[in-house]
Design a binder for this molecule. Structure first.
Ligand SMILES: NC(=O)C1=CN([C@@H]2O[C@H](COP(=O)(O)OP(=O)(O)OC[C@H]3O[C@@H](n4cnc5c(N)ncnc54)[C@H](OP(=O)(O)O)[C@@H]3O)[C@@H](O)[C@H]2O)C=CC1
Ligand SMILES: O=CC(=O)O
Length: 279
């Protein structure tokens, strides 16, 4: 079966590679077309536009940075909507808000196509290993119900994750400044009730000041922003998340947006980086 894949960033590249590895024929498209070459070398066909990919494939998957990218790939000229229709499915796995997902779903369905929102929990390594947790909702889905619920669940999860990352950063600083070994803190955390894969994976690299991006900080801040907007809509007070969002915003302003989201540790340490801070 021919599967289309739109968006070959950190996640999309790993996911499309896995499809190829598992015997699917894959047609890829990326806004920066040069990024398709690596997938072409693995056997993918390159489509010139999102529309041309959809015209060729029964199912097309998208993994794009944020709501504006997800909308642009569907609604702009040469976009998904020009070719989607009966017998074709579109699966958007980007992390967006429920309104974006609903808008795309309605447009796809109006043209006779099927739509699934399917944001993922995991990161670069789980994507490479085929171990992502998929939060699916939409046509023929029995998981989260109506369109929008997948997006909302993903935002709630990432809101918790962003707050935890700030809390870990503060803990590492506090340990250090109060004469304790931050590495020992990581070891102690890993033995107790709040042990978790994220602390275990990111803690040691944070102590090395190494922030090679698995999940870019600009995307974590986008998710905090969208989760806080969901909190506004539902009158849910989220002071911890709001404070965490401020730290991610500060990190972006210091040019850390393209680093891994664990680089928020630099802000908590009071060090910071340099650069434009543009997403
Ligand atoms: N990295 C992670 O750990 C995880 C990320 N996510 C979510 O997955 C999504 C992708 O993340 P990730 O792969 O890390 O991000 P990257 O920044 O590595 O990739 C973003 C992709 O979106 C494309 N893009 C951006 N703007 C536009 C636009 N206006 N039109 C068309 N394409 C556009 C980029 O194209 P170009 O190459 O041309 O810039 C690129 O292919 C995000 O929503 C993120 O929140 C979810 C779980 C984990
Ligand atoms: O969205 C990010 C993740 O790690 O999950």
């Amino acid at each position: 079966m021919e599967v289309g894949f739109l968006g070959l960033g950190i996640m999309g590249k790993a996911m499309a590679t896995n499809l190829l590895r598992h015997g699917f024929r894959v047609t890829v498209w990326n806004r920066t077309l040069a990024k398709c070459q690596e997938l072409a070398a693995l056997g993918a066909t390159v489509g010139e536009t999102p529309a041309s990919v959809v015209s060729k494939c029964r199912y097309t998957i998208a993994m794009l940075s944020d709501p504006s990218a997800a909308l642009s790939v569907v609604f702009d000229k040469d976009g998904v909507l020009e070719q989607i229709g009966s017998g074709k499915g579109y699966v958007d796995m980007s992390t967006v808000d429920a309104a974006t997902s609903t808008k795309i779903s309605e447009a796809v369905k109006q043209k006779g196509g099927a739509f699934l929102e399917a944001p993922v929990s995991g990161s670069k390594k789980p994507a490479e290993d085929g171990q992502l947790v998929i939060l699916a909702a939409g046509d023929k889905s029995f998981f989260l119900g109506e369109i929008g619920n997948g997006a909302k669940m993903k935002l709630v999860v990432n809101m918790v994750m962003g707050s935890m990352m700030n809390s870990l950063s503060e803990g590492l600083c506090l340990a250090d400044k109060s004469g304790l070994s931050p590495q020992t803190l990581l070891d102690v955390l890993d033995l107790g009730a709040i042990a978790n894969p994220m602390f275990k994976l990111k803690g040691p690299t944070m102590l090395q000041g190494s922030y090679s991006p698995a999940f870019p900080l600009k995307h974590q801040q986008k998710d905090m922003r969208l989760a806080l907007a969901l909190g506004d809509e539902n009158a849910v007070a989220m002071p911890v998340s709001a404070a965490a969002n401020e730290a991610f915003k500060k990190a972006r302003s210091l040019g850390l947006g393209d680093q891994d989201f664990s680089a928020v540790y630099e802000v908590v340490k009071g060090a910071g980086g340099s650069g434009s801070g543009q997403p």
